[in-house]
Design a protein around this ligand. Structure first.
Ligand SMILES: Nc1ncnc2c1ncn2[C@@H]1O[C@H](COP(=O)(O)OP(=O)(O)OP(=O)(O)O)[C@@H](O)[C@H]1O
Length: 266
């Protein structure tokens, strides 16, 4: 069954309570590179928002500012309440697993660092393993896993902390197309089930359209948001949404915006 975006009855209402808002945010690095200038955008509760743009346009810088891993040069990030800020998880492109630890221990790591005993954390870790589809691999070591499985471990390690806000920096960039597609589908399911708010960075506009409520398109040097494309299609989105005419229309729209954003830069 293909999805009809005009079937409003099946569309969930767009979540509107803001989680955070960037007000005129600029970032200059100490070497003088102005990575971002005057960024304004809001992410609402339960929303899946993707940032797309050319390499070096400042997507990762945005995530690191939101995670408070970097200082803002000008402007501010206003949080609606402090809880999502405290309950955020960051997922990187490289799963960064401990090679000497099993799947179970890698996923348990954030709970261990927070001082939770092995016994107390067992149920939570098992639940996360189940949710990402790795039941049976608890005792495996990272070297015994495929790239997609390693990324599932990384997702479960974020999941185990019960995050409200997920910041994901090109998490599936190193995976083959089929694995990426499968993980896209599983991520959407998890985001819905867990009521996550997600800010997602990707180079892949098909992935951005499939996953997002909104796609924000960035230009470079300095990085700015130049377009916002709402993807007005109901969740859950079946995998065959990717085969539908509306999907390709949205992809074309994002591609046009990206081309305009990068015109004259190469
Ligand atoms: N620590 C740093 N010091 C100096 N300049 C930096 C630093 N980190 C990033 N930059 C510069 O800031 C700009 C934005 O970088 P950023 O990594 O945010 O872009 P990006 O869009 O995530 O790139 P990519 O898609 O290639 O990962 C680039 O010009 C980059 O060279």
């Amino acid at each position: 069954m293909l999805v009809n975006p005009l079937n409003r009855e099946s569309c969930e209402p767009m979540p509107q309570a803001p989680v955070f808002h960037l007000h005129q945010v600029s970032k200059a690095y100490s070497n003088g590179v102005v990575a971002l200038q005057g960024l304004n955008f809001t992410v609402n509760r339960g929303e899946f928002v993707s940032l797309v743009g050319a390499s070096g346009c400042g997507k990762s810088t945005v995530l690191r500012l939101v995670a408070n891993l970097l200082n803002i040069t000008e402007g501010e990030i206003e949080w609606s309440d402090s809880e999502p800020q405290q309950k955020l998880a960051f997922v990187f492109q490289q799963p960064a697993l401990l090679p000497w630890a099993t799947v179970f221990e890698n996923i348990r790591l954030p709970l261990k660092l927070a001082g939770m005993s092995r016994n107390k954390s067992r149920t939570k870790v098992q639940e996360a393993i189940h949710l990402v589809g790795l039941t049976g691999f608890e005792s495996a070591y990272p070297r015994q896993l495929s790239g997609g499985m390693k990324m599932r471990v990384s997702l479960a390690r974020a999941l185990v902390t019960d995050p409200q806000l997920l910041l994901m920096d090109e998490p599936f960039g190193a995976l083959d197309e089929l694995t990426r597609t499968k993980l896209n589908h599983d991520l959407l399911r998890l985001a819905q089930q867990q009521h996550w708010t997600v800010l997602f960075v990707t180079h892949n506009l098909y992935e951005a359209v499939y996953l997002s409520h909104r796609v924000l398109v960035m230009s470079s040097h300095p990085g700015q948001i130049v377009a916002e494309v709402p993807i007005d299609v109901a969740y859950p989105r079946p995998e065959d949404f990717r085969l539908s005419r509306p999907f390709h229309q949205y992809c074309d729209r994002v591609a046009v915006e990206l081309t305009q954003a990068t015109q004259g830069q190469y």
